[in-house]
Design a protein around this ligand. Structure first.
Ligand SMILES: [Fe+2]
Length: 240
């Protein structure tokens, strides 16, 4: 399986704290069938928490990649970011301060949970106008989505891809997010399921349970599409 949303890079956000934790997360991912992870640290949060892609982040990425290899884990790490949907995203994507998933046309973008739908549409439209295809992180957790399911259909119509968290399916984020995740699965509005892993313990990088759930409640083909084929197409910059 392929995980396009993970805070496995240690010491850069609220994800893994240490290299030891990073390696524990890598091990859990491997044990549960993940073979590729895009590292997606939070960024563009505010002036003092921008976490723009720079030499420091690149070095951390290469250090972790090397440590995973030395640990003998069959896991490929690829670069990415989880971009906070505020400010001048397009400008920073063009300068390389913000990066897409593995250099593809697909940036992973999140929003404040209480963001107004008008602001979300406007921000994403500006990104789309520049030729990018936004992957919207965990829409099942946003207030404007729970208020109006049609807003998801509008996002799809605009050309966005929708990524649901494994934790939402599990119920980690409460009934509202869980019900929305299931509704989205039932209506085939989900393009990717990813872990959004933050640690080896809570919100872990295990995709195995979601795979089992999707196989049992939908089909093996459906599970493979959301956990392997679509994420692979994104990371290879192919069309879904
Ligand atoms: Fe995240």
């Amino acid at each position: 399986m392929i995980d396009i949303h993970s805070h496995i890079l240690y010491g850069v956000d609220d994800g893994a704290d240490t290299l030891f934790e990073t390696l524990e997360m890598a091990e859990i991912a491997c044990e549960n069938g993940t073979r590729v992870i895009a590292v997606t640290p939070h960024c563009n949060l505010s002036d003092d928490k921008r976490n723009f892609w720079n030499e420091g982040l690149k070095d951390r990425f290469l250090e972790v990649k090397d440590a995973v290899k030395k640990a003998g884990l069959p896991l490929q790490l690829l670069p990415g970011q989880e971009i906070f949907g505020k400010g001048e995203i397009v400008k920073h994507l063009k300068t390389g301060e913000l990066i897409t998933l593995n250099g593809s046309r697909y940036p992973l973008i999140e929003f404040p949970f209480n963001e107004r739908s008008e602001n979300v549409f406007k921000k994403l439209q500006a990104v789309i106008a520049e030729g990018f295809v936004p992957v919207v992180a965990h829409p099942e957790r946003y207030g404007f989505v729970s208020e109006n399911f049609d807003s998801l259909l509008k996002l799809k119509k605009m050309g966005c891809l929708l990524q649901v968290n494994t934790g939402s399916i599990d119920g980690v984020f409460g009934h509202t997010a869980k019900n929305m995740a299931i509704k989205m699965l039932n209506h085939h509005t989900v393009d990717v399921v990813a872990s959004d892993a933050h640690s080896p313990f809570m919100r872990s990088p295990n995709l195995g349970d979601a795979h089992e759930y999707l196989c049992e409640n939908y089909s093996t083909e459906f599970a493979e599409r959301l956990l392997l084929k679509n994420p692979r197409a994104i990371l290879e910059n192919k069309t879904i």
